[in-house]
Write a new protein. Structure first.
Ligand SMILES: Nc1nc2c(c(=O)[nH]1)N=C([C@H](O)[C@H](O)COP(=O)(O)OP(=O)(O)OP(=O)(O)O)CN2
Length: 133
């Protein structure tokens, strides 16, 4: 079995609903995400998946859709105010926790047909969430 990991860095803002700590307020993170792929076979080049393909698809999607955006729950009232501005945002169905953002990126890797097994998202240097399919 082979395992490869691609690490991608991006910045995002968010806030948590139904949460009493400081993260209920709008704030930002410099996130580090690790996308872990596994498979039993290599292609004729000796690669599970070309790192460049992961960057071309998944890193481009993260850069275009998540990087330097507010990631907000669809139920967040601040969305109405943001819609009146030129500020970019990305709406998800659930609270934008590290767990849910890890799952979002995992599902996108599946959409791109990468053999993803795990996505680890470091929200801060000390706090990390992992989603496995
Ligand atoms: N299980 C989770 N717990 C928390 C999440 C989360 O996504 N999943 N998120 C937050 C906040 O978004 C917060 O930004 C991160 O919390 P925390 O690690 O406490 O942030 P600090 O910057 O204070 O980190 P330090 O390690 O203390 O410097 C809260 N909890």
């Amino acid at each position: 079995m082979y395992r490869i990991t691609q690490e991608i860095h991006f910045c995002y803002g968010h806030r948590l609903l139904n949460y009493s700590g400081k993260c209920r307020h709008l704030h930002g993170h410099n996130a580090r995400v690790q996308i872990i792929l596994e498979g039993a076979d290599l292609d004729e080049r000796g690669m599970l998946i070309d790192f460049s393909d992961i960057k071309a698809k998944l890193r481009t999607w993260i850069d275009d859709e998540l990087d330097h955006r507010m990631i907000l729950c669809k139920d967040d009232p601040v969305l109405e105010a943001l819609k009146d501005t030129e500020e970019p945002f990305f709406v998800i169905d659930d609270n934008p926790t590290a767990e849910n953002i890890a799952r979002l990126i995992y599902n996108k890797a599946v959409d791109f047909e990468f053999p993803v097994v795990e996505v680890c998202l470091w929200e801060t240097p000390n706090s990390q969430a992992t989603y496995r399919g």
